[in-house]
Design a protein around this ligand. Structure first.
Ligand SMILES: Cc1cc2nc3c(=O)[nH]c(=O)nc-3n(C[C@H](O)[C@H](O)[C@H](O)COP(=O)(O)O)c2cc1C
Length: 200
């Protein structure tokens, strides 16, 4: 075993170890709206479910240098957002949306994706995404020397593409075809499955 003490690591090295050790990671394609109502979309793979009651998710937004990313500024302002799940069809648009664009340039225009009005939040959904989770902000936790904001949101409305949900209320993963991120430019498709029974 190779031992690496964290206090010997630079930010870049720590980031590489973190992202290549913890993977594949699901991708939250987060759509928000800024104070001029310009719709914004960006992917975040430091992303997880937190609790089912109430349904809650969390994701982390790091600073771009000293500057806050559009996503966190918009969420602080509107206090809501939508997490759009990324399938293989959305991969290219998601990647394009990860570029650093000025706040008033919409990733929807850059990518050709379609903003769709939400039921309960001001942020738009991404019409092309097979699962859209409308979220209201619960809290933001700021951590780290390289500042990262953990955004915790309560899902107030789920949207599923027709045919994706089985009668027993489970998403058919083979129809969903989600992608995950490994590191930098490396992604995975979800194509290989096996089952195990849990112990009593
Ligand atoms: C697949 C993928 C996952 C990403 N995950 C994160 C993440 O978890 N946290 C983060 O701060 N940036 C992440 N990024 C980078 C942001 O998407 C990027 O900084 C984006 O420009 C932010 O846009 P915004 O300024 O519109 O919020 C990721 C990029 C890609 C391609």
């Amino acid at each position: 075993m190779k031992k690496i003490l964290s206090n010997a690591l630079g930010t870049r090295e720590a980031y590489q170890l973190l992202t290549s050790s913890i993977g594949p990671r699901p991708i939250a394609f987060v759509s928000t709206s800024n104070k001029n109502s310009v719709p914004n979309a960006a992917p975040f793979c430091f992303f997880m479910g937190v609790t089912p009651s109430p349904p809650t998710i969390a994701f982390s937004v790091m600073r771009r240098g000293e500057t806050k990313k559009d996503t966190i500024r918009n969420i602080e302002n509107t206090r809501d957002f939508v997490v759009n799940i990324v399938d293989e069809n959305l991969a290219n648009a998601m990647n394009m949306a990860s570029g650093s664009y000025p706040p008033d340039m919409s990733e929807f225009d850059v990518t050709g994706l379609t903003p769709l009005k939400s039921e309960l939040v001001t942020a738009p959904r991404i019409a092309e995404s097979p699962i859209q989770l409308e979220c209201k902000l619960k809290s933001i936790l700021d951590l780290g020397d390289v500042q990262a904001s953990i955004v915790i949101g309560e899902i107030v409305c789920f949207h599923f593409k027709d045919g994706l949900l089985s009668d027993d209320g489970v998403v058919d993963i083979q129809k969903l075809r989600p992608i995950g991120r490994i590191n930098e430019n490396v992604y995975v498709r979800v194509t290989d499955f096996f089952e195990m029974n849990r112990p009593a």
